[in-house]
Design a protein around this ligand. Structure first.
Ligand SMILES: Cc1ncc(C[n+]2csc(CCOP(=O)(O)OP(=O)(O)O)c2C)c(N)n1
Length: 282
C-alpha cells in the first residue's frame, strides 16, 4: 500500500484493491455524500489517499505524467517505493505519454508505466490507430516487458520484477499487460464494428482471467467447488446490500458545491470567476 498507484477511468477494481469498499464505490457513482469523493467525483474519480491510490482520471493519458510526478516525489523523499501509472493502448499514442517517459528516464525516477493493452480504444481497434501496436518496446531508452495480463500470477511476478528494477536501477520501466475488453467502450460504442462476436466468445472461453484462476484453485485443490459457489453467492448478496444502502444515503448539501474545490488561502482570487464565490474570507 506504500507504492503510489493511479489509473484512468476504469478505476473501480483498483479502488477496491486499495482497501476501498463497494458501498463507497456505489455511493460515489450515485453522487451520495457517503462516496469516497463525497459524491463529487463520480465514477471516473475514485480516490483513496490514505492507501496511496491517487485516482481515477477521466482524461485519457493522464496517469503517465502524474505517475512520473509521484515517482519524483518518492525519490525526493528517499522512499523505497515506486509509482504505478496505469493507462490504455489508446492512451499510448498521446504526446504527453512520451513527454513523461522522456522526463522519467532523464531524471531516473521509479515509475512503472503499466499499459493495459486490451487492443481497443473508443470505437476503434489498435490496428487502426497504432503504427506500432507493441508498447513495451516503443521507446529505446526505457526497458520494458510484456506479460499475459489475463494471468493474475504472471502479472504479480511481473510487477515484482518491475518494482525491483525501478528501485535497484533507479529508473522507469514499461510493463505491457496483454488483456482484452469484452464490451464496447461506452454507450456510443456497441463494440462490434471492429471485431467479430466469435472473437469475443473465443477469448471468453480460452483466456478469461477469472475462469483461469478458478481452474487453478480447483486443480490445486485450494478449496472445493462448492465453497467457490458459496463465495460467489455471498459476494452477490453483499454487493446488492451495498447498492441498496447507497441508494438510501443522502445527497450532498448545496453548500458542499464550494467545499473541497480550492484550498482555503488568505486573499485567494481566481482569475475570471465570480469573486463573491471564489474569494475566501479570512
Ligand atoms: C484527452 C481525451 N481524449 C478523448 C477522450 C475520450 N475517450 C475516453 S476513453 C477513450 C479511449 C481510450 O482508449 P484506451 O486508452 O485504449 O483505454 P481503454 O478504455 O480501452 O482501456 C477516449 C478516446 C478522453 N477521455 N480524454
Amino acid at each position: 500500500m506504500e507504492d503510489a498507484v493511479l489509473t484512468a477511468y476504469r478505476d473501480h477494481g483498483m479502488f477496491l484493491a486499495r482497501g476501498g469498499t463497494v458501498f463507497e464505490v456505489f455511493s460515489e457513482l450515485m453522487g451520495k455524500v457517503t462516496g469516497c469523493a463525497r459524491g463529487k467525483g463520480g465514477s471516473m474519480h475514485l480516490y483513496r489517499r490514505q492507501n496511496n491510490f491517487f485516482g481515477g482520471w477521466g482524461i485519457v493519458g493522464t496517469p503517465p505524467p502524474l505517475g512520473t510526478g509521484l515517482a519524483f516525489a518518492l525519490k525526493f523523499l528517499k522512499r523505497d517505493n515506486v509509482a504505478v501509472a496505469i493507462y490504455g493502448d489508446g492512451a499510448e499514442n498521446q504526446g504527453q505519454v512520451y513527454e513523461a517517459k522522456n522526463m522519467a528516464a532523464l531524471w531516473n525516477v521509479p515509475v512503472i508505466f503499466l499499459v493495459e493493452n486490451n487492443h481497443f480504444g473508443m470505437g476503434t481497434a489498435e490496428w487502426r490507430a497504432s503504427k506500432k501496436a507493441s508498447y513495451f518496446d516503443r521507446v529505446s531508452y526505457i526497458p520494458g516487458l510484456k506479460v499475459d495480463g489475463m494471468d493474475v500470477f504472471a502479472v504479480k511476478e511481473a510487477l515484482l520484477f518491475c518494482k525491483d528494477h525501478c528501485l535497484t536501477r533507479k529508473g522507469p520501466i514499461v510493463l505491457e499487460c496483454d488483456t482484452y475488453r469484452y464490451h464496447g467502450h461506452s454507450m456510443s460504442d456497441p463494440g462490434s464494428s471492429y471485431r467479430t462476436r466469435d472473437e469475443i466468445k473465443q477469448i471468453r472461453q480460452v483466456r478469461d482471467p477469472i475462469q483461469h484462476l478458478k481452474l487453478i484453485i480447483l486443480r490445486e485443490q485450494v478449496i472445493p467447488e462448492q465453497q467457490l459457489t458459496e463465495i460467489d453467492k455471498q459476494v452477490k448478496k453483499d454487493v446488492e446490500d451495498d447498492v441498496r444502502r447507497a441508494q438510501q444515503a443522502a445527497l450532498p448539501e448545496a453548500a458542499d458545491l464550494f467545499t473541497d474545490v480550492y484550498k482555503q488561502h488568505k486573499g485567494f482570487v481566481i482569475h475570471g470567476c465570480d469573486r463573491k464565490v471564489t474569494t475566501y474570507k479570512t
